[in-house]
Design a protein. Structure first.
Length: 399
């Protein structure tokens, strides 16, 4: 069945507010089904330590269900799926763990297209270990991060390449598969931030060739938490800090303390929601592919319209126009502060915030300092009416 945006919108109570949400890249709205799953999990019998009761079974089933759902979403091995409070927390933890395998004089590569959470943890870990940080730079005119920007920095000393699946302001989607082929000619590991990409594409981390791939649920109709996946064999080689009595098993040893079962149940419901967003048949993975392909196509068409309308506004500067992009625009209006554009849009019931969105290096490279620009991102529930409201609001400000 075809993509029915109006039917999808009915599932999101927040959309009844009448606001046009263009802040999906900062966090999406949440469908009723996900809230209901969280409420159900937190009120049903549950315990993280009881011997034979239903409670323990519930908790364990939730954790197993979570790992399998994430595996289905990104084509990972469920045995290598790790829960985390946020992508930032996960990356800080893994940067410390991976840094233990580095020695002084080794090298790592980060990019200036990334959100700071996939830069600073690595830079700080490298500094602590005497490891050299090499910077792959995006083209500030096109917004592209060509594979060559990374491959020309690779050598036998490179231990890690941290790169985004999609830039959260410019939307640029580097060719991760091609980057992976270059990276894996060396001993380096490829660590991919999928936070901005996952809500907009079918993800297959195995086809991508990512050693690590992770994302945050709250950008994807889910609760405020994250997950990362890697092959269990790779995780077994890593010695992370952990409490003495806590398990050494993989992936559990990368998760600290008692897990938030209700959030994990919400994550599984999120992935089930995506699988059922468009009517289809087959396994959950097949239905996810069906839904996300339809959503991607829908967003692509709406994005073409949004971009052409914004380009026609006098005094607009659009940053980046990479060939492969998520439906996200980053722009400024001549003579108006980005923050004032945001405030004006709010008066016409449009939510399109301004800032650097923690893609600080992008903002600085574009000459926007730490202030950044306005960001308007589409979500699978965005409509032509939303876009028209955004465009009308911008025309009111254009000089
Ligand atoms: C591309 C990207 N990476 C990482 C993050 C940070 O994710 P979290 O809030 O889960 O730490 C964001 C959030 O805006 C993002 O857009």
């Amino acid at each position: 069945m075809s993509y029915n945006v109006e039917k999808i919108r009915e599932h999101f109570p927040a959309l009844k507010s009448g606001l046009a949400f263009f802040d999906g890249p900062g966090g999406s709205q949440v469908p009723t089904q996900v809230g209901a799953a969280i409420a159900a999990a937190i009120t049903q019998p549950i315990s993280n330590r009881s011997v034979t009761t239903l409670s323990e079974r519930n908790a364990e089933e939730i954790v197993i269900g979570f790992r399998q759902a994430v595996a289905d979403l990104i084509n990972a091995d469920a045995g290598g799926v790790v829960y985390g409070r946020s992508w930032t927390q996960i990356t800080y933890d893994f940067s410390r763990t991976l840094a233990k395998t580095w020695k002084a004089g080794d090298e790592i590569i980060v990019t200036n297209l990334d959100h700071d959470s996939n830069i600073r943890p690595w830079v700080q870990a490298a500094e602590a270990m005497g490891v050299v940080v090499r910077w792959a730079k995006f083209d500030t005119t096109t917004g592209e991060l060509p594979t060559s920007a990374i491959s020309e920095l690779l050598n036998e000393k490179t231990r890690l390449v941290a790169v985004t699946g999609a830039g959260n302001t410019l939307g640029t989607r580097p060719d991760i598969q091609e980057i992976s082929q270059a990276v894996h000619k060396t001993k380096a590991l490829l660590y991919v931030d999928g936070v901005h990409l996952t809500p907009h594409a079918v993800i297959d981390m195995q086809a991508m060739g990512a050693d690590f791939f992770g994302f945050s649920f709250y950008k994807l109709f889910g609760p405020h938490c994250a997950a990362i996946a890697a092959k269990p064999e790779l995780l077994k080689t890593l010695n992370n800090e952990k409490l003495l009595p806590s398990t050494s098993n993989v992936p559990e040893r990368f998760e600290f303390g008692t897990l938030p079962y209700e959030l994990m149940a919400g994550c599984t419901a999120t992935i089930d929601y995506i699988a059922n967003m468009v009517e289809g048949a087959g396994s959950r993975r097949e239905r996810i592919i069906n839904s996300m392909s339809a959503a991607e196509k829908y967003e692509e068409t709406l994005f073409e319209y949004m971009e052409s309308e914004i380009k026609a506004i006098p005094g607009v500067t659009l940053y980046g126009h990479a060939k492969k992009r998520t439906p996200t625009l980053y722009f400024n209006l001549k003579g108006v502060e980005a923050a004032d554009v945001y405030k004006h849009l709010a008066t016409v019931q449009v939510n399109a915030p301004a800032g650097n969105f923690y893609a600080l290096e992008v903002s600085r490279a574009l000459g926007l300092g730490d202030t950044g620009a306005v960001r308007a991102g589409l979500a699978p529930y965005s409509t032509t009416k939303d876009v028209d409201r955004l465009i009308a609001g911008l025309h009111q400000l254009a000089k």
